[in-house]
Design a protein around this ligand. Structure first.
Ligand SMILES: NC(=O)c1ccc[n+]([C@@H]2O[C@H](COP(=O)([O-])OP(=O)(O)OC[C@H]3O[C@@H](n4cnc5c(N)ncnc54)[C@H](OP(=O)(O)O)[C@@H]3O)[C@@H](O)[C@H]2O)c1
Length: 252
């Protein structure tokens, strides 16, 4: 199986790379931190798969197109693309700072389209393949302290929904994964207890199962599916009460 994964240098992306590293597979590992990708490539190779490293910023449209072209040239058929790279930011809207929000949108929204779209004609020509974007439970409703993050993840869900309609009849599937809280470096700085948080390994099992089953928009774990319903249809008062802690410091 030939798989291209963004955000492969840590957390969910790294876990997904380990999962798909089987003998004969080719795994494209994309993120900015090359040393971490090199270390992961060694682990992938030790499992009998071939790793190709792309130390690229997903918000760079030209560089992502080049990476996709290179991956297609290296492995011929592409079975699976996972646009997983994403960031969270401190809540700055009340202070009037828009640049961190623009940066988040470039990574979380444009980064996803930069990842997925170059592979669309390739898969359509193949007549097979799965395109996956990683959104979030937060994409189902705007949450306090997460205006930009929620909006970016909602954009991802909507984009992939529309792409799936566009792909109708091509045998290429587009889908979205919406995790609740998962213990990864992304959530490590969040203060307080994270409701219904699961381990990274458990999340990878749920994500890869949903991918194999060609789900459309899959929210997990099951408690997050109940929260999704409550968030979607609940009052603003209820949303304020249900919302988990937000970031208090910028991630980088
Ligand atoms: N953990 C959770 O609770 C949770 C919940 C809902 C949704 N999610 C989503 O799941 C995805 C993975 O998150 P995670 O928890 O695994 O976080 P993580 O451990 O912080 O991993 C994020 C990955 O994204 C990469 N990345 C960030 N900015 C990038 C850029 N500009 N270009 C290329 N790569 C970039 C990082 O690599 P480099 O820094 O090396 O570039 C890293 O590999 C994200 O989209 C996140 O929003 C996570």
């Amino acid at each position: 199986m030939n798989v291209f994964i963004t955000g492969a240098s840590s957390g969910l992306g790294e876990g997904l790379a380990h999962h798909y590293a089987k003998p004969g597979a080719v795994i494209g590992l994309c993120a900015r931190r090359a040393p971490l990708l090199t270390e992961l490539a060694r682990a992938v190779a030790a499992k009998g798969a071939r790793a190709i490293i792309y130390a690229v910023d997903v918000s760079d449209t030209a560089a992502m197109k080049k990476a996709a072209d290179d991956f297609v040239a290296a492995c011929g058929a592409v079975d699976l693309v996972i646009a997983n790279a994403g960031i969270g930011i401190a809540h700055r809207t009340l202070e009037g700072e828009s640049e961190p929000i623009a940066k988040l949108m470039r990574v979380n929204v444009i980064g996803v389209t930069n990842t997925v779209v170059p592979f669309v004609p390739v898969m359509v020509q193949q007549g097979s393949g799965t395109l996956v974007a990683v959104s979030s439970l937060a994409g189902h409703r705007g949450l306090p302290g997460r205006a930009a993050y929620s909006a970016s993840k909602a954009a991802v869900i909507t984009f992939m929904d529309a792409l799936r309609l566009d792909l109708h009849g091509t045998n290429v599937h587009a889908m979205t994964l919406c995790p609740g809280f998962v213990h990864t470096p992304l959530t490590a700085p969040l203060s307080g207890k994270l409701p219904f948080a699961i381990s990274c390994d458990e999340a990878v099992v749920q994500m890869t199962t949903a991918i194999a089953l060609h789900k459309k928009t899959f929210t997990f774990p099951w408690q997050a599916r109940i929260l999704r319903y409550l968030l979607k249809f609940g009052s603003e008062r209820m949303v304020r009460r249900l919302s988990p802690p937000a970031r208090t410091a910028a991630p980088e």
